[in-house]
Design a protein around this ligand. Structure first.
Ligand code: SF4
Length: 340
């Protein structure tokens, strides 16, 4: 049986899974992903993590527990920086230590450091470190890294075109021919009645795309006939334009993406309302959320709502707020003559 590497379906799985999966698969290593978050995974996460951690980190412990008996290694990179001259939240940096000291009984962890702050090619070094640990040759590692890079580019192109991460991952895994993939006429997934309008939902990917943690927010909007726009559909040039005039550079990568997309959506005529999803106990979001809320206050015609999620969030509370928000969207739409 080939070596099996486990990847938790949490945190930056939603940004990077296709390239990680492509790298391991090219090296003949089986990849096992934990199932979508459910009640049991959340409870295991809460039982094995620190009370002070944010919800996405807590639930990661549950995903790790779920993988423990199924794999030979668990892939848990130490993410320091994923973009030149920027950092990522320190929780990612310390995650391997948090996990090692949690008391969870796990197979060996693969924890390559990824720090592109000064070295954009640091990802290659991480792949080399990991490939060597798995007994692969330099040539095999180079080829696998090249394959991973191509798959990641394709994945990001799908996200930009309107696919949600799990849809794009399934699409890539279906093994469509390169010819089919090369077309620019990618079918857009149906996400709601185009006549009602588009609600933008911004937030860290591990909240926006984990439907158990966010109490199926995207589905709730879709079932009510709204289309949804997300951060990954805003291209990097637009993000750059929107954040260029901030008095100080935002040095957290995810925060910069949120502000750029949030500012863009607040001014975009095709967006009828904006929801910011954040986690209780998230340090970066305390600042980023306030910057977005402040801009939203200066755009009174564009309804805005901030939803803070923790492990105690309940369906009834979310529904009440969502219905009130959609009423505001309808009123704003009737004032501007937009359909709602
Ligand atoms: S950015 Fe916030 S939600 Fe994300 S890991 Fe850091 S503290 Fe948690």
């Amino acid at each position: 049986m080939s070596t099996r590497v486990g990847i938790p379906r949490s945190l930056l799985y939603y940004h990077y899974y296709p390239q990680w999966q492509a790298f391991f698969s090219f090296l003949g290593i089986s990849v096992v992903v934990s199932p979508p978050t459910n009640k049991q995974i959340l409870e295991q996460g809460l039982a094995n993590s620190l009370d002070e951690a944010c919800l996405p980190v807590k639930v990661t412990f549950g995903h790790l527990a779920r993988l423990a008996a199924q794999v030979d290694f668990i892939f848990l990179p130490r993410l320091v920086s994923v973009h030149p001259r920027e950092y990522i939240c320190p929780k990612f940096l310390g995650l391997p230590e948090m996990v090692r000291h949690s008391g969870l009984s796990l197979p060996p962890l693969l924890t390559p450091s990824i720090n592109t702050y000064r070295r954009p090619d640091d990802l290659m070094a991480a792949y080399q470190q990991m490939g060597r640990a798995l007994g692969r040759t330099e040539k095999q590692i180079r080829q696998a890294a090249q394959q991973a890079r191509q798959v990641q580019q394709e994945y990001e192109r799908l996200l930009l075109a309107g696919w949600l991460p799990e849809q794009a991952i399934s699409f890539l895994q279906e093994g469509l021919s390169q010819k089919d993939r090369a077309t620019d006429a990618l079918p857009l997934p149906e996400t709601g009645d185009p006549g009602r309008g588009i609600i933008a939902v911004i937030g860290h990917p591990y909240l926006v795309y984990d439907s158990y943690l966010n109490l199926q927010l995207l589905d709730k909007l879709s079932r009510r006939g709204w289309r949804v726009a997300v951060v990954e559909q805003v291209n990097s040039d637009r993000i750059q334009q929107e954040t260029a005039h901030l008095p100080k550079k935002i040095f957290w990568t995810l925060g910069r993406l949120l502000i750029g997309a949030g500012y863009y959506f607040l001014d975009a005529a095709h967006i009828t309302g904006l929801i910011h999803l954040s986690s209780f106990a998230c340090g970066p979001d305390a600042l980023i959320g306030e910057l977005i809320a402040s801009r939203a206050r200066s755009r009174p015609g564009k309804p805005f709502m901030n939803i803070v999620i923790d492990e105690h969030s309940g369906e009834a509370g979310l529904l009440t707020r969502l219905e009130a928000f959609l009423d505001m969207v309808a009123v704003a739409g009737s004032r501007t003559g937009a359909s709602a």
